[in-house]
Design a protein around this ligand. Structure first.
Ligand code: NAP
Length: 479
């Protein structure tokens, strides 16, 4: 990728190209200009799709060895430039430099996992003789690439969430068009740079920068696109699902994750993990802790320690090593959070700590006495605001945890096996962390949610299943 005076180009058909108009990428911390990228038009997109369609055959004929090699080389390219990648994430998005470095390391891991999983793109034999009519038949199935995948990604993990789509797509022999979030397109372009350097054949990967509101519908509806792999909010996800037509959908959406603290929990550890889970990336994290249900007998002790620990979280300059949390992605988002907290307070909520906006920053905030029907209690806050509720017992905690339209992950702190298993079986979520907050994820595990949190699973091996389809071979033998 060339960082010219003209700004950064987008990556289409193996070439770095500009468009008529530009999008300014601004640092949410101080609104300074980081770079510009092309503001792609529908015509740009249609040209990109034509090239990507040519890339479908190119990708499908790459041997597994070639796919593995390209993925490993791209991973090493990024690893060798970790600081460059981290600074781009920290500047265009709202992560601190320490958070950004972790994301780079995870993206490297995601690509390496993709290389390893490429080895295991395989089918199995089928016992046709299990049914009448199959006695003289033998056969098996392969897994074939699905074809052209459109990947639409959010601002909050601008590198690793793109890697979670590009890695498995290439491992599975597909061509892929990435449309990154308008606010954070640079990390995705930098990922394309790694693949170009790694020798990925041109036209297999496209990164088109443009607004979802302008090019989104055309991309999603296009008949050449066989799968839309979307990560983002529920509204955009629901819109895409409505208009996509007959194609596969992967939907990684939001949540307002619950954590349950039982009276036998290790409170020290529960507080540490809950504070980290609530305020990581300024709460702009799909797994972020938003609702905490604490058994009454330990409520006061837990709350007191939470407030104490939250006061120690430093907001500030994202590039400083000391900073704990950075700004919200835009002032508009910070104002939205301010409005939601005000609504809760007007309905009776109490601010234990925080509850104030400073420009694009919102102070880490703990709320108590939150009524169940205000937005901070039932919608996705996607900011540094956590609500703490006292509960009588586990049953009440589970019922409240399940009372919303989201279900990505949950956490429970307890030493009691029965309580843990009850939560595991009864929480309506895609994953339960026992003795951790909702905010733990391994890039190799199946990841996704139920209800408004999504459809399908990512996590390299599982995305790879979604991005390939079985083709059955059946031989009828002569008697
Ligand atoms: P968003 O507003 O839904 O945007 C996500 C992506 O969708 C962006 O690239 C956006 O483009 C695009 N988009 C918007 N409208 C579109 C349309 N009509 N057609 C096609 N594309 C469209 O989400 P965000 O604010 O960037 O990210 C935050 C959300 O993502 C939160 O809800 C969070 O929980 C969720 N998330 C989920 C996961 C997960 O794995 N489950 C992970 C991370 C984040 P523009 O930027 O151009 O509008």
């Amino acid at each position: 990728m060339k960082l010219l005076e003209k700004g950064s180009p987008m990556y289409i058909g193996g070439e770095w190209v500009y468009s008529q108009a530009i999008i300014e990428v601004r640092d949410p911390q101080d609104n300074s200009l980081v770079d510009t990228v092309p503001d792609a038009t529908v015509e740009d997109l249609l040209r990109a799709i034509d090239k990507a369609v040519e890339g479908v055959d190119v990708a499908a004929t790459m041997t597994i060895k070639e796919r593995m090699s390209v993925l490993q080389l791209a991973a090493s390219y990024i690893e060798n430039r970790t600081e460059d990648y981290a600074v781009i994430i920290a500047r265009e998005a709202s992560k601190t430099i320490r958070e950004a470095r972790k994301e780079v390391a995870r993206a490297v891991e995601t690509l390496r996992l993709s290389a390893e999983e490429a080895r295991r793109v395989q089918g199995e034999t089928i016992n046709f003789d299990q049914a009448t009519g199959g006695e003289d038949r033998v056969g098996y199935y392969y897994r074939f690439p699905i074809g052209l995948i459109a990947a639409i990604t959010p601002f909050n993990d601008p590198l690793n969430l793109v890697a979670h789509k590009v890695g498995p797509a290439i491992a599975g022999g597909n061509a892929i068009i990435v449309k990154p979030a308008t606010m954070t397109p640079l990390s995705a372009l930098k990922l394309a740079e790694a693949f170009e350097a790694a020798g990925l054949p041109s036209k297999v990967l496209t990164v088109i920068t443009g607004r979802g509101s302008v090019i989104g519908d055309t991309l999603v509806r296009h008949p050449a696109v066989r799968m839309v792999s979307f990560t983002g909010g529920l509204d955009a996800g629901a819109h895409i699902a409505k208009i996509a037509g007959l194609k596969k959908l992967g939907m990684e959406l939001g949540s307002n994750s619950p954590v349950i603290i039982m009276d036998d929990a290790n409170l020290e550890e529960a507080v540490r993990a809950t504070v980290s889970g609530a305020f990581w990336a300024a709460g702009q994290n799909c797994l972020g802790v938003q609702r905490v249900f604490v058994q009454k007998s330990v409520y006061d002790a837990f709350l007191g320690r939470m407030v104490e620990k939250t006061k120690q979280v430093l907001i500030g300059d994202k590039l400083s090593e000391e900073t704990g949390i950075g700004p919200l992605i835009t002032e508009k988002e910070a104002k939205r959070i301010e409005e939601w907290v005000t609504e809760a307070v007007e309905q009776g909520a109490h601010i234990e700590v925080g509850g104030r906006r400073e420009g694009n920053y919102y102070l880490p905030t703990i709320l108590t006495n939150v009524p169940p029907d205000v937005r901070v209690a039932k919608e996705e806050v996607f900011g540094p605001v956590v609500s703490i509720f006292p509960v009588e017992d586990l049953q009440e905690a589970i019922q409240l945890a399940n009372s919303v339209n989201y279900g990505l992950q949950a956490g429970i702190f307890t030493k009691d096996l029965d309580s843990a298993f009850k939560a595991i079986h009864q929480l309506h979520v895609g994953g339960v962390n026992v003795n951790d907050s909702s905010d733990y994820r391994l890039d190799a595990m199946p990841f996704g949610g139920v209800k408004g949190s999504g459809l399908g699973r990512e996590g390299v091996k599982f995305a790879l299943q979604e991005m390939t389809e079985p083709k059955v071979v059946c031989f009828k033998l002569e008697k």
